[in-house]
Design a protein around this ligand. Structure first.
Ligand code: AHM
Ligand code: MG
Length: 339
């Protein structure tokens, strides 16, 4: 196979650096290491049905949920891949209650890494797509020593880089450093991510909605009306189609490519919904906005919200601009013209 002209993830990252005058190469190194971690996790995910890897460890994570071995593998792999480069002053993961300090024998740096190591993990046993989400900020605390919680609780618009890896029918690494959103598909034959989706732009409106409709009777009325509106009206010949994987990374990857909307609202039982602001909503909002889409909590832009705690939840309406604007109107109780 001729590889001349192939744009690999490492090549793209290094060439992308030239777009940032004064870049030190640090973010490039970070992305390269994340690419390596993604390959390791992908390999393990692919083996999940084979070995003893499935099943519970018997312990619970900070949210009182059973932790599966693969979650912890992804968590440990990311830390091991990222803790020694001298780039970070602090990290945080969905799988750990407190912030993660770098080992004392490694240098600290000016960046902050936040991640959900394996999102949608309730889908693992059924061989359904899952993913990793990451988010990178510059530290805001002064000095060169260890970072603090304050560094992890910055509003999302301050992100330097955000991305996700979806482990699906193939493994795809998607990231943005503000100059477009780019996707790379892992070629399992030679173990490299190859540019497959350059400068992704989300359609201005879509015809797919994605939400856990089992919670319908707990939703706010505006949202119920919106769902009935898109189900009962015809748009270019048919009503909206429902698609819900139950892995946010997979649902949002489809939304990014095909357009439409993903929602995890607050409801009567959980006023802030389920999705975590810091390492799930913010990176996804950064990616979707950089692709031309919109992400709000139904009222306020996700990226403007100031996190108050590491694991706080936030309602989310994210996807094509037209779709998110429309659901917001319904949530405000505005009168909507019949289609
Ligand atoms: P997790 O981080 O524990 O995996 O939870 C987040 C996941 C999202 O990926 C997904 O969209 C959502 O939870 C599904 O929740 P539900 O089963 O309530 O629909
Ligand atoms: Mg998660």
């Amino acid at each position: 196979m001729a590889i001349r002209g192939f744009m690999t993830l490492p090549r793209h990252i290094v060439e992308g650096e030239k777009l940032h005058p004064g870049a030190t190469g640090e973010l490039s190194n970070i992305l390269l290491q994340l690419g390596l971690a993604a390959k390791l996790i992908s390999l393990e995910v692919n083996k999940a049905g084979l070995a003893d890897i499935l099943g519970f460890t018997g312990s619970e994570n900070v949210h009182g949920e059973q932790v599966k071995k693969l979650d912890m593998f992804a968590h440990d792999t990311l830390i091991k891949a990222m803790d020694h480069g001298g780039h970070f002053c602090v990290m945080a993961s969905e799988e750990e209650e407190d912030i993660i300090h770098l080992p004392a024998h490694h240098q600290t740096g000016k960046y902050v890494l936040l991640f959900d190591p394996l999102d949608g993990s309730s889908n693992i046993d059924a061989n359904i797509s899952i993913g990793t989400i990451f988010s990178i900020y510059k530290r805001i605390t002064p000095g060169t020593g260890p970072g603090s919680l304050e560094d992890c609780l910055q509003p999302g618009y301050k992100q330097e880089v955000a991305g996700y890896i979806v482990y699906g029918s193939s493994t795809i690494f998607v990231y943005t450093a503000s100059h477009g959103v780019h996707g790379f598909t892992l070629d399992p034959a030679f173990g490299e991510f190859i540019l497959s989706h350059e400068n992704i732009r989300i359609p201005k409106s879509g015809r797919i909605y994605s939400i856990n409709e089992g919670n319908y009777f707990s939703w706010p009325n505006g949202l119920k009306h919106y769902i009935k509106y898109i189900q009962s009206n015809y748009f270019e010949g048919k009503p909206y189609q429902a698609r819900y994987v139950g892995s946010m990374v997979a649902d949002l990857h489809r939304t990014l490519l095909y357009g439409g909307i993903y929602m995890y609202p607050g409801d009567r039982r959980n006023s802030k919904g389920k999705i975590r602001l810091v390492y799930e909503c913010n990176p996804m909002a950064f990616i979707i906005e950089n692709a031309g889409g919109r992400a709000t909590d139904g009222n306020e832009r996700i990226l403007d919200k100031k996190p108050e705690s590491l694991h706080e939840r936030c309602p989310i309406f994210i996807g094509s601009e037209g779709d998110v604007l429309l659901v917001e109107k319904f949530m405000r109780g505005e009168k909507i013209d019949k289609n």
